[in-house]
Design a protein around this ligand. Structure first.
Ligand code: HEC
Ligand code: HEC
Length: 276
């Protein structure tokens, strides 16, 4: 009876606890130390040539965290995702095609071991994400929220950035707010849920602020989701615009080609007339 019940229990989610510290260290010393440094301090020999400082793992801070804002620790799944997918536009490569999943889980255990923050701690829970669907209304409210939350101050009125804003990250390096109409330049995944966690938590070590107030969460959580719906709609509009431009260029190229052929044929027939 118990065995049957046990078999019906959901399979526990894979967490970094299954990885091996020894394997993690081995892979780290082959693939990661050049940038992140042998002691995980972000001071490898390649560090100065990169657009961003490689993560100092002793700080325990991660930019792409899906835990709630009042927990500083990232979730094992966040660190796994960052290693698999990379933060390409900031110089962190993707490793999913060169390392196995179990090697990546071992790296999760190993990089966490550089920081006291994770000592004996449980994997934090995931931030709750509102499950209200996107509608024309949420996009409209999101446009208002975008200005109410002052996103335009850095990302500009159209989401393409505010050139007047001169920003630096916590390491004193110049940083530009992302152009929200070019999601392929983002460091994190481009899904509604992932963007919601990013807008909630902000991006640590950069000027991108968290938007969270435990006293106003009922109202704020929906406002953040609406903002996400709005910025995704901005990116979709921009993509349509780019497609229209590509079509126009293609149509012009075809017209130019036909015009060229027509000119060439006209010249050919004039030559035949002269010969006759
Ligand atoms: C070519 C240099 C380079 C190599 C090699 C490299 N990294 Fe990184 N890594 C970076 C940079 C740069 C960042 C910081 C990106 C940022 O702050 O936006 C980073 C960030 C990270 C982060 C933090 C992600 C977050 O959400 O904050 C993790 C985890 C990470 N690297 C793990 C690894 C592991 C594990 C390896 C080896 C398999 C590795 N890196 C190899 C350059 C590198
Ligand atoms: C003080 C300036 C500032 C404000 C205000 C700000 N951002 Fe940002 N934002 C940034 C910077 C800087 C980055 C780039 C961070 C990086 O490259 O690591 C960024 C990045 C982003 C990204 C890209 C995330 C990714 O995965 O690369 C999104 C989406 C975003 N911001 C949305 C918003 C929204 C929505 C608001 C308002 C609720 C907002 N931001 C307010 C400065 C700001």
């Amino acid at each position: 009876m118990f065995i049957v019940l046990w078999a019906l229990l959901p399979i526990p989610g894979h967490t970094g606890q299954d990885g091996s510290l020894d394997e993690g260290k081995l892979v780290y010393m082959e693939r990661c130390f050049q940038c992140h440094g042998p002691e995980g301090k972000g001071d490898g020999t390649a560090a100065e040539f990169l657009p961003r400082k490689p993560r100092d793992f002793t700080s325990g801070m991660y930019k792409l965290k899906s835990s709630p804002p009042d927990v500083m620790r990232a979730r094992d799944e966040d660190i796994f995702m960052a290693i698999s997918e990379g933060l390409l536009s900031n110089g962190m490569p993707s490793w999913k095609s060169s390392l196995s999943e179990s090697q990546i889980w071992s790296l999760v255990v190993y990089v966490k071991s550089f920081s006291d923050l994770y000592d004996g701690e449980q994997n934090p829970p995931a931030l709750k994400i509102p499950n209200t669907p996107r509608t024309a209304d949420t996009v409209r409210w999101g446009r208002k929220a975008y200005f109410d939350l002052k996103c335009d101050d850095c990302h500009g009125v159209n989401g393409t950035g505010n050139p007047e804003k001169k920003l630096k990250d916590d390491y004193g390096r110049k940083i530009y707010p992302r152009n929200l109409t070019k999601p392929w330049t983002f460091i994190g995944p481009y899904t509604r849920e992932a963007l919601y966690t990013r807008v909630t938590n902000g991006i640590p070590a950069t000027p991108m602020p968290p938007h969270y107030d435990p006293k106003k969460e009922a109202e704020l959580s929906q406002q953040r989701m609406d903002t996400v719906d709005y910025i995704m709609s901005l990116a979709e509009q921009a993509e349509k615009e780019r497609q229209r431009k590509r079509l126009l260029i293609a149509a012009l190229a075809v017209a130019a080609l036909f015009f060229g052929i027509w000119l060439w044929m006209g010249k050919g027939s004039r030559e035949q007339d002269q010969e006759a």
